[in-house]
Design a protein around this ligand. Sequence first.
Ligand code: ZN
Length: 343
Amino acid sequence: MRLAFPFSAIVGQEEMKLAILIAATDQSIGGVLVFGDRGTGKSTAIRGLAALLPEMRVVDRCSYNCDPDAPEKALCEQCRTRKAEDGKLKVRKAQVPVVDLPLGATEDRVIGALDLESALTRGEKVFEPGLLARAHRGFLYIDEANLLEDHLVDALLDVAASGENVVEREGLSVRHPARFVLVGSGNPEEGELRPQLLDRFGLSVEVTTPQDLKTRMKVVRLRDEFEADPEAFVEKWKRKDGKIRRQILKAKENLAEVKVPDKTLQRASELCMKLGTDGLRGELTLIRAARALAALEGDEEIGDEHIKRVAPPSLRHRLRRNVLDDAGSTTRVERAIEEMFDQ
Ligand SMILES: [Zn+2]
């Protein structure tokens, strides 16, 4: 297997890295959409993060990466049957998956479909799991999400939100767990996502090719070093990656304990009202992202500082176009924060 470039060796791109850490800490945030130029390390960051996470315990021979320690209702049908028959499940270790969803992938391949071979040769109706099954408990990466057909993006977002894939067709009736962090990349110049779809991604970030000389040199030097000897490079960054691993694990453990004081919630709602975001998803994401950030930093409650830092990725893709204001969405969020918090 090819080694992933270490997450901790990624230079700059702070907002993207933070957004991915936040989405990995609290999966209910609903994934990250990354806008930016080609070659800015969008998929590198996901692969790097997945590689530093501890191996998962999975049920052996399960097509859905079922967690042997999960409650019965969270298991797939096969595992439930096996557990009932054998009393316990055989366990193996597996790396956290990063599944690529290629452009042009059919709905069958993504969601799963009737296994035609079994149907034709043995007359059995067997479900052939799709990419969603493989992504369970890991990451699903969609390159150029803006070029994907709307109905497919819609289906993906549904599964990402519910954590379950339900297939009812061709005489099949299958449901299986599919919890993953959805990461979509988009190139702002090639087609836009419908606002309804945009709104369903938890966070959005913008990445650009670094413009200062020193950063560029550092990026090139590290990349060159990695490609010359991946093993040695990964070894060299192991300690720093380990630190991030412990940070995420601890944050997940403490997430539920982080307090959200009324005064901070009020600030979050005021900010969303000021920006005129539709519905309440903006506030909800803002609070959840702030809570995950606080957990990552070992803070016991969220305050203005957390809100300020996560507001741009939580809100910039939820703003309606304002004909009287042609400033970009990032500028509008930053301006609102400045007016509200820095007095
Ligand atoms: Zn299973």
